[in-house]
Design a binder for this molecule. Structure first.
Ligand code: AN7
Length: 347
């Protein structure tokens, strides 16, 4: 079952809305086995969004945005993307026979995100400049040409993405105390906060979490309080200097009593490796940013250790093999028999 079927009564869909799904959502909330203990945290969970059909949380919002666009009669979809949105949009366009146009910042997106968009059959334009330029360009194009804009400025994306908050509440029985997630264009933090508030209003939860957002230090416009002209970070998914949902992010932060803070690339990559090494969970660098922030908050004594914390792992580690391979030892090349192998392994 996809998110539209599972949460239909909470979504802007009706009898006229075409059925679309790739069985997205219903991702596991994996309890920490090792990191929680090492940090002294009582309850720590990972919402493993990399297990969505195209490998990121984007599928939740895309399925709703695509269904609504088809309902309106649109057959041409466009987005600007740091990679995951384009992969998701291309997949749902392929599934529904629509045309997908993807505009990515030239040379800046992870290899496997690009391969996904191309395999799903999207027309991919690598536009000179960064993500912010690409978004501005597609927004401009979509106001003058008959193409449906599928970035998270499309409110149906936010509607679909809020289902992740519903799932967490359904599984835990109430909202967690902290929800920690990466912030790039800021659609997801906006969506989670909307989801938690709506579920509480519907009587499905009694409390609301503190929303804790992580940006990368070289791409931290919300933390700095102004747009960043040349965002730089190894976490290419959140290499964004002027988030479209800025206001949504600051409202979520302020209304929830949470925070948005920045972590360095070194902290991000070491959190990514530690997550893989000690929990068996492989997430892309952007998804490791909230864990890096959690490590720092625990060090600084800024987290209640008796609380329930959920870290959202937004995208699969398989998306960005280049980022991962830079930080591990390469395989040992060997030409030899079992004895030679045993010797190399020091068995
Ligand atoms: C893995 O695909 O912006 O704050 O164009 O791919 O809602 O933007 C991706 C963003 C976090 C940030 N983690 O979410 C895109 C794009 C991963 C991501 C984010 C993204 P938002």
């Amino acid at each position: 079952m996809g998110v539209i079927a599972r949460y239909r009564e909470h979504l802007p869909v009706g009898p006229e809305t075409p059925e679309v799904d790739l069985n997205e959502g219903s991702t596991p909330l994996v309890p920490s086995r090792n990191i929680a203990g090492a940090l002294g945290l009582k309850r720590l969970f990972f919402k493993y969004e990399g297990l969505n059909p195209t490998g990121s949380f984007k599928d939740r919002g895309m399925v709703v945005a695509v269904a609504k666009a088809l309902e309106r009669g649109s057959r041409v979809f466009i987005c600007a993307s740091t990679g995951n949105t384009s992969a998701s949009m291309a997949a749902y366009a392929a599934r529904t026979g629509a045309r997908a146009i993807v505009v990515v910042p030239s040379g800046e997106i992870a290899l496997n995100k690009l391969s996904q968009a191309l395999m799903y059959g999207a027309k991919v334009i690598a536009l000179k400049g960064n993500f912010d330029t690409a978004l501005e360009t597609v927004r401009d194009l979509s106001t003058n040409y008959p193409v449906a804009l599928m970035n998270s400025v499309n409110p149906n994306r936010i509607e679909g993405q809020k289902t992740a908050a519903f799932e967490i509440v359904d599984e835990l029985g109430d909202a967690p105390d902290y929800l920690v997630l990466p912030v790039g264009n800021a659609g997801n933090i906006t969506a989670y906060w909307k989801g938690f508030r709506e579920y509480r209003a519907a009587g499905r939860a009694t409390c609301l979490p503190r929303m804790v957002g992580a940006q990368a230090e070289g791409a931290a416009p919300i933390v700095q309080g102004h747009p960043v002209a040349n965002p730089m970070t190894v976490a290419s998914a959140i290499r964004i200097g002027n988030p479209a949902s800025w206001e949504g992010a600051t409202s979520a932060r302020d209304e929830s009593g949470g925070m948005i803070a920045a972590v360095t690339d070194t902290e991000i990559l070491s959190a990514q490796i530690r997550l893989a090494n000690t929990e068996g969970l492989f997430a892309e660098p952007a998804s490791a940013a909230p864990l890096a922030l959690l490590f720092r908050l625990v060090r600084e004594g800024k987290i209640d250790k008796d609380a329930t914390t959920v870290v959202v792992l937004t995208g699969s580690g398989l998306k960005d093999p280049d980022a991962a391979l830079k930080n591990v030892q390469p395989p040992i090349e060997l030409d030899g028999d079992a004895r030679a192998l045993a010797k190399v392994l020091k068995l």
